[in-house]
Write a protein that binds this ligand. Structure first.
Ligand SMILES: *Cc1c(COP(=O)(O)O)cnc(C)c1O
Length: 823
């Protein structure tokens, strides 16, 4: 990195006056606008650029320090980063919030207005991508030199509109007004090949191979600085964009083919145009494999170049670099590193394999068999012929070892093979990531145990020390300090400012949980957050919500295993009860749902339609007297989550036990003082351990009981017929009570519950409904309710992603880290 020759902001914390002058100067000289004609977007860009300037010195210093100290670096490879907005995060981590607000107001600009204009960077689908974003912030916070690598999708996650109750997908164009956060690094462009053939290197007796790709595209780097708490360290998120090697084919242009001259360029750019919007199901298309290889190969080249800039050769790579694979999407990097070591850097196969395994680590995110990535052998071979050869070579070594040294039988051999031979032959990316890494981690205690027993049972027998657990976390800066400023300031007033640098200090709130004065203050904050959400719902949807009602929220991707249907069917049952027994003392409830369905996931889209059909019916029925409202809030994303999470009284975490790897939504809600109603699944189990069994509402089958029922034959029809509430609710839905315009709309959905009910809605319905009535009873005892809510906030510090990252650092990456958040 060259030292800056232009003036840099002084290290002293700037006051509002200095910042106002910097913003004005940026507007004038870098954006080229006069304040009288500047749009709100111009003010936003100028503010972001000034904030970014304050990060640059620390950024350069962080890079320099890692270089001088020859620190081991962490590389986090992820096809998704669900970032959300960055401005508030960066300003807050710089501790400049008041100064920036005052600077803007002295210029006649409202901070909240421009903050709301910042696009929500949605380069991810859900939990996996949001985890990567939380990890980036935490790695900077705990002072680990780390780089995130991913793709700069021109169109991120689609924007969801609801039209006549149905989900409609619209392109999200987050780059329309440019992206003031990023630095384009044209000089950092790397050629990536596809297709072609493999030839033996002349004179090598067929022992050395060279890949001659047929197509080439350029990967161009865009860097975004990521500041940790107090901006002690600033790390880099490097996202790749595809460009054609020859932007314009001059011979064709000169021959008069003006469109054809640009076709290659259009084709190259298609590579990074869209994020695949499928969550927990692999997108099996060729373009997806191209995306995976493109970003993995570009990132690896970058990593090796950096290493070779500092060290003489690649033998020391595992001592100086840890590469973490976020799920199997970047698993092809294992093969690419093999190829570079063997074909380019002249390593022997075994030596190269040793380096690969000591460098990579893999995080598994799902056990759903249908969600495990694999690629048809012919496709893989056509696109990556040299990598296919390496798959076979690695596989031969793996299977020979297993048979000779561990006497694996045929069944075990076929389970660990990198090639799936059942039906069409496919390359198994999970097995590849497993054997190519020295660490394979699950994301909650239960998930990790199930990994050992299910997907990786045989690989675990072969490598019994490789699987380990790292329970997910969330950054408390975004998910408490910034999204819930009212609660955070109450916390600081109550237990002091140590919580700024030590989230575990939250436990000091336990001492105040039964204090009526503190409970009242806590309830007031919750009330204000609910009013804020009610305002958003009124403005966006024209629906009035009563902030004194119990706000019951389920927001996450729409997926059958997450069981939004269980929630909706129970709401129908409650609606029936309210109408049959108007004399009872019903607790006023607002049911809020939000989430996106994969565009091709039929049942998920039908569940959204059902939620909206139910909402229309219930919200317009005078006989419920406003005691029940149902709202499906469109376009769930990080920014919407930041409004919903602080406003929840009740958090719905009701997946079929054994199917949710961890969940992080569950952590956000509990941290912000919602009670959880949930199954014993994913991190819910550990949340129960931390907040105490009396402060969480658990219902339903355990993962073991679910597995047992699956083994012994499960008969949902019988269960449904035995439960009058459930059969009534299902009959109403199936007969078209909520869909008078199309009475059969839900016949198939309900039929599926009677026939197979893969997700065991029927098995858990009665215990879920009973748990909801317990919740009602508790709500009528506000002192008990708030004591529990406070104990949730008090005991959720452990779920900070700082804790998760420190565990990765000490147990997997073997890198030093800071044990305090701030200085
Ligand atoms: C946290 C988060 C998720 C993950 O939620 P789960 O309930 O764990 O599935 C998904 N999307 C967004 C926008 C989030 O902020």
């Amino acid at each position: 990195m060259t030292s800056a020759t232009q003036p840099v902001p002084s290290q002293a914390a700037p006051d509002a006056k200095t910042l106002a002058a910097e913003i004005l100067s940026c507007l004038t000289y870098r954006i080229g606008k006069d304040p009288t004609v500047a749009t709100q977007y111009d003010w936003l860009s100028a503010t972001i650029k000034v904030v970014r300037d304050r990060l640059i010195e620390k950024w350069i210093a962080s890079t320099k320090k890692a270089y001088e100290e020859q620190s081991k670096r962490v590389y986090y490879l992820s096809l998704e980063f669900l970032i959300g907005r960055l401005m508030r995060d960066a300003i807050s981590n710089l501790r400049l919030m008041d100064e920036v607000k005052n600077a803007l107001s002295s210029l006649g600009v409202d901070f909240d207005i421009i903050a709301a204009l910042e696009p929500d960077a949605a380069l991810g689908n859900g939990g996996l991508g949001r985890l990567a974003a939380c990890f980036m912030e935490s790695m900077a916070t705990v002072d680990i030199p780390a780089h995130g690598y991913g793709i700069r999708y021109a169109n991120g996650m689609f924007r969801q509109e609801i039209s006549d109750g149905w989900q409609v997908e619209l392109p999200e164009t987050w780059l329309d007004h440019g992206n003031p956060w990023e630095f384009e690094r044209r000089e950092r462009s790397i050629e990536i090949g596809f297709g072609g053939m493999v030839e033996a290197v002349p004179g090598s007796d067929g022992r050395r191979m060279a890949w001659k790709p047929q197509e080439r595209v350029l990967a161009v780097a865009y860097d975004t600085p990521v500041a940790g708490w107090r901006a002690k360290r600033v790390n880099t998120l490097r996202l790749w964009t595809a460009m054609s090697v020859d932007p314009i084919l001059l011979d064709r242009f000169n021959a008069g083919d003006h469109v054809g001259a640009l076709s290659e360029s259009t084709q190259a750019e298609t590579l990074t145009r869209v994020l695949y919007p499928a969550d927990a199901t692999p997108a099996g298309q060729e373009l997806r494999l191209r995306q995976e290889y493109f970003f993995s190969a570009a990132s690896l080249r970058d990593i090796l170049d950096r290493h070779l800039h500092e060290y003489p050769d690649l033998t020391s790579l595992p001592d100086k670099a840890a590469i973490q694979l976020n799920d199997t999407h970047p698993a092809v990097a294992v093969l690419e590193l093999m190829r570079l070591l063997v074909d380019v850097h002249d390593f022997e196969f075994d030596a190269a394999w040793d380096i690969v395994r000591r460098t990579f680590c893999y995080t598994n995110h799902t056990l759903l068999p249908e969600a495990l990535e694999s690629w048809p052998v012919p496709l893989f071979e056509r696109l990556l012929p040299r990598h296919m050869q390496l798959v076979y070579a690695i596989n031969a070594k793996l299977l020979l070892d297993a048979r000779r040294e561990n006497s694996f039988d045929d069944g075990q051999i076929s389970a660990i093979s990198l090639i799936d031979e059942n039906g069409e032959r496919r390359v198994r990316m999970g097995n590849l990531a497993f054997v190519g890494s020295h660490s394979v981690n699950g994301v909650s205690a239960l998930h990790t145990e199930l990994m050992k027993k299910t997907v990786f049972a045989d690989l675990h027998r072969l490598y019994p020390r490789r699987i380990n657990n790292k329970t997910n976390g969330i950054t408390p800066r975004r998910w408490l300090q910034q999204c819930d400023p009212g609660l955070f300031s109450l916390v600081r007033r109550t237990i002091g400012d140590s919580v700024l640098d030590d989230i575990d200090a939250l436990s000091g709130l336990n001492a105040h949980a039964d204090d009526p004065g503190f409970q009242e203050a806590f309830a007031e904050v919750k009330r204000a957050n609910k009013e804020h959400l009610a305002k958003l719902v009124r403005e966006r949807m024209g629906i009035d919500l009563d902030p004194s009602a119990l706000f019951d929220i389920q927001v996450k991707r729409i997926h059958e295993y997450k069981r939004q249907l269980l929630n909706i069917v129970e709401t129908v049952a409650l609606y029936d009860q309210m109408r049959s027994h108007p004399e009872k003392d019903w607790v006023p409830r607002v049911k809020l749902l939000a989430g996106k369905a994969a565009p091709t996931y039929h049942n998920a889209k039908l569940i959204i339609k059902l939620a909206n059909d139910l909402a229309r019916t219930v919200n317009n029925d005078p006989s419920v007297r406003g005691l029940l409202k149902v709202v499906f809030v469109p376009n769930y994303n990080v920014s919407l989550a930041e409004v919903l999470v602080p406003a929840a009284d009740l958090s719905e975490q009701i997946s079929t036990a054994g199917m949710e790897a961890s969940g992080t939504g569950n952590m956000k809600f509990a941290l912000n003082g919602a009670l959880t109603i949930g199954t014993l699944d994913g991190a819910n189990i550990e949340i129960r351990e931390h907040v105490g069994a009396e402060n969480i509402v658990i219902f339903g089958l355990t993962a073991e009981e679910v597995a047992e029922r699956r083994r012994n034959g499960y008969n949902p029809r019988e269960l449904i017929e035995r439960s009058p509430e459930l059969s009534q609710a299902l009959a109403a839905i199936a007969s078209g009570v909520f869909s008078p315009d199309d009475r059969d709309r839900y016949a198939g959905l309900v039929g599926g519950l009677y026939e197979h009910d893969w997700f065991m809605v029927a098995a858990d319905f009665d215990s879920y409904a009973a748990a909801q009535r317990d919740i009602d009873d508790l709500w009528l005892r506000p002192r008990d309710w708030y004591a529990k809510a406070i104990r949730n906030t008090a005991n959720m510090g452990w779920f900070s992603s700082d804790r998760t990252i420190r565990q990765y650092a000490s147990e997997i990456w073997k890198v030093p880290y800071s044990s305090v958040q701030g200085n």
